[in-house]
Design a protein around this ligand. Structure first.
Ligand SMILES: [Zn+2]
Length: 318
């Protein structure tokens, strides 16, 4: 039986894990699945979040699966394929994983294994598009260019004009992908997957978006340049038994926006105790902080990812 392979890429904070959780929660994947999870930073957060699900998780921690741990990644894939115990493999690269490299590896394995590269998704936070394209285009652009489906996240936070602008900019670098602009909460997991399997469409929250004049650029999109450097990003993390009341979390994250003090924080996530009893999970990107109730854990975990991070100051605020 052919093993289906789905890749869920996306820059830091775009919502890859949220998406995978949604699909698992809604039982979209009825079959046996294995998730390959590659996290950036030494404190694994997503892996810990996903542990409660009854799925097989292979974590690759020591580096990026598109370069420094490519052999580990390839061997892991081969082992999963050989074991014949799974019917679907979900690959979640880190925020800086180069989608082009990961697709290449799967395609090579496709030649002599009974596997099929099914979904190639890039989750893209519409609110951060301009800034991330400017700052981190090497990774960000690569994911957009090589995805067959682009799922825009946080579209509910922008107006139609802003959304239309981002869609037309994406079209300039990828004129064949399906682009989904409907807020994820308004779609079922089945619908999301269905849309992702329909190539080349634009699925709008609003028909009017199709009125935007899209200009296509026929440049060669295959940038065969493997020479990329993840070192522009650093990660800071702790495991902590400390209690962080919600108001304190909110003020910490408000302060993290100050680039002069902390460096450029692009992402933070974690799970902490908020009083003697209750726990929360949080997700921070520069334009949004989400805090939700969570079940208790053995210890709190916090990770912060960014560019030029001031780790000494982070030590003092958490
Ligand atoms: Zn890499």
């Amino acid at each position: 039986m052919t093993i289906q392979i789905d890749i869920f890429s996306g820059f830091f904070g775009a919502g890859k894990t949220t998406l995978i959780k949604k699909l698992i929660d809604e039982n979209v994947y009825s079959k046996k699945i294995t998730l390959i999870e590659n996290e950036f930073g030494e404190i694994p957060i997503d892996g810990a979040f996903l542990k409660k699900y009854n799925i097989e998780i292979k974590e690759i921690k020591a580096g990026c699966i598109c370069c420094s741990t490519v052999i580990d990644f390839t061997n892991t894939l081969r082992e999963i394929i050989k074991s014949k115990e799974t019917e679907r493999i979900i690959i979640e690269p880190s925020g800086v994983g180069k989608l082009s490299e990961i697709v290449k590896i799967v395609k090579i394995l496709e030649e002599d294994n009974d596997i099929h590269l099914n979904l190639v998704i890039a989750a893209v936070d519409v609110t951060m598009y301009e800034e991330f394209t400017e700052l981190f285009s090497e990774f960000y652009g690569d994911q957009i260019i090589h995805a067959s489906t682009i799922l825009l996240s946080r579209t509910q936070n922008v107006d139609d004009e802003e959304l239309g602008k981002v869609v037309s900019k994406i079209r300039e670098i990828n004129d064949t992908a399906s682009i989904v602009t409907t807020p994820w909460d308004d779609l079922s997991g089945i619908e999301l997957i269905g849309l992702s399997e329909a190539d080349g469409q634009q699925i709008s929250r609003d028909e009017d978006l199709s009125a935007f004049d899209l200009e296509f650029d026929d440049d060669d999109h295959d940038h065969d340049d493997d020479d990329h450097n993840h070192d522009i990003f650093t990660s800071w993390g702790i495991e902590t038994p400390k209690i962080f009341p919600v108001t304190q979390l909110e003020s910490i994250f408000e302060s993290l926006k100050d680039e002069a003090i902390f460096g450029k924080v692009v992402r933070s996530k974690g799970k902490v105790q908020i009083d003697g009893v209750n726990w929360v999970e949080f997700d921070f990107v520069p334009n949004a902080l989400e805090i939700r109730a969570s079940e208790p854990d053995e210890i709190g975990r916090i990770t912060v990812i960014g560019h030029d991070l001031n780790q000494a100051i982070l030590d003092t605020v958490f």
